[in-house]
Write a protein that binds this ligand. Structure first.
Ligand code: MG
Length: 290
């Protein structure tokens, strides 16, 4: 395992790309358009960042949070207010992929990861319907759950022993799924850590705690091509080895909520930090997306 000093670059500073938002989340890179989409949740809009500047991609946006691209490159969105996982088709129309489990409405899908077989794995905690700030207070009908949505539309419970499942990402070889637990939103001492599961035949097993981020907690996470986990944290970005060791940190002036690799070689880390979008070039590459 290389030292963290070899994973970052002494002459690549943290850059502030844009600010003036309220709370950024859900960054997703479009290499084909050289742009980043990112949710500004309390402002109920999705922004598009390019080197030329920032524009509004969608508003209102159903208080969108997490994003991903499916195996065909289409945008997948976790929409708090709509309590649904949606897909933007190539003609611009929106398809609701999942809004109910059985007869009951989902809570507020938070983040989504795509597996190479086309299945979509997403977390459904209560955060997005707990407050008007992030999506509008609504009554929960289901416990906080991690779901798997198969390409044929079948929705299954992947894990149901979370108080507040949040960010998630697969290891590059898809044998492990990392899921952050951020606990009950208003608890005095919420359970917060990164858990890891073995993935076999699209079932999760052997859950264990990988790492507890401090200060703050892990919300969004993403893997590099070597399998290290890059996590949001209260003081910036933490890089965690697959065995749970903290390898190093990138200090950021604001609490980091989410992050993703992008740029021409997937070696630029885009960082959502409260009202500000940052980026930093690293000496690693983000794991290839399906
Ligand atoms: Mg999240």
């Amino acid at each position: 395992m290389p030292a963290f000093a070899a994973m970052v670059l002494p002459n690549a500073p943290l850059e502030m790309l844009a600010t003036g938002f309220r709370w950024l989340e859900g960054p997703v890179w479009f290499a084909d358009h050289e742009c980043l989409l990112v949710s500004d949740i309390p402002n109920d809009r999705v922004m598009r960042w390019t080197e030329a500047g920032v524009t509004i991609f969608e508003a209102p946006a159903g208080f969108a949070n997490g994003h991903a691209r499916d195996v065909q490159g289409r945008l997948i969105t976790c929409a708090h207010q709509h309590r649904a996982l949606t897909r933007r088709e190539l003609d611009g129309s929106i398809t609701t992929l999942a809004s109910h489990f059985g007869p009951k409405r989902l809570n507020a899908p938070n983040d989504v990861a795509v597996k190479r077989d086309g299945s979509l794995w997403f977390t459904d905690p209560h955060y997005g319907i707990n407050t008007d700030y992030e999506g509008g207070k609504q009554q929960a009908e289901l416990p906080a759950t991690v779901y798997r949505l198969d390409p044929d539309g079948t929705l299954s419970i992947a894990a149901d022993d979370f108080a507040g499942p949040n960010g998630l990402c697969f290891s590059p070889d898809e044998t492990q799924l990392y899921i952050t637990e951020t606990g009950l939103q208003f608890a005095s001492d919420p359970v917060r850590h990164i858990r890891v599961f073995d993935v076999q035949h699209n079932k999760l097993s052997n859950p264990r705690i990988l790492h507890s981020v401090t200060p703050g907690y892990a919300d969004g996470i993403t893997c590099d091509s070597d399998g290290n986990i890059w996590s949001s944290a209260g003081d910036g970005v933490h890089c965690i080895a697959p065995d749970g060791r903290l390898l190093g940190k990138i200090p950021v002036p604001h609490t980091v909520s989410n992050l993703t690799f992008g740029g021409r070689h997937r070696c630029r880390l885009f960082i959502c930090a409260g009202p500000t979008l940052y980026a930093i070039y690293t000496n690693v590459r983000g794991a290839l997306q399906p």
